[in-house]
Design a protein around this ligand. Sequence first.
Ligand SMILES: [Ca+2]
Length: 150
Amino acid sequence: MKAIATLTFVSLLALGCGPAMNAESGEDQKRAGALSAPLSTLHHDRVDRSAGDATDWKTFTVSAEGTAVKLAIWWDSPEVDATVSLVDVFGATHHTLQHQRGVRQEGWAAVPVSAGAWFLRVEASGGASVYTLEWSLVSSAPGGAPPRPF
Ligand SMILES: [Ca+2]
């Protein structure tokens, strides 16, 4: 009962803040609706929390073992509050980039990935920004080096 009351309260809070978080997000608000975003190509998109488009999911396929993914992302409005997460086919998060306000270019150098489908979730918790991202494969160091900052 307490859980239901809490849930109702949280729902009312969300309603009080304009459109629901992903009311206008489109299919890519969920992993199952992730847009194909091929490697080594620039992809442009936009997140806008107050307009109800807080989440974008993108997907790419890794065809070989022994690789790692590198990510570069550029924010047009670096004051946005956002996180970027690398997620596997089972929904487990392998790496998270917490956007630092005021920083236009961020990323990570190498996060090891196995062959198969991978996903990137870009989510704004406040504000809005157009962004451009590019991911590419690099060889992962033997022994699995820990993720390094960009
Ligand atoms: Ca979206």
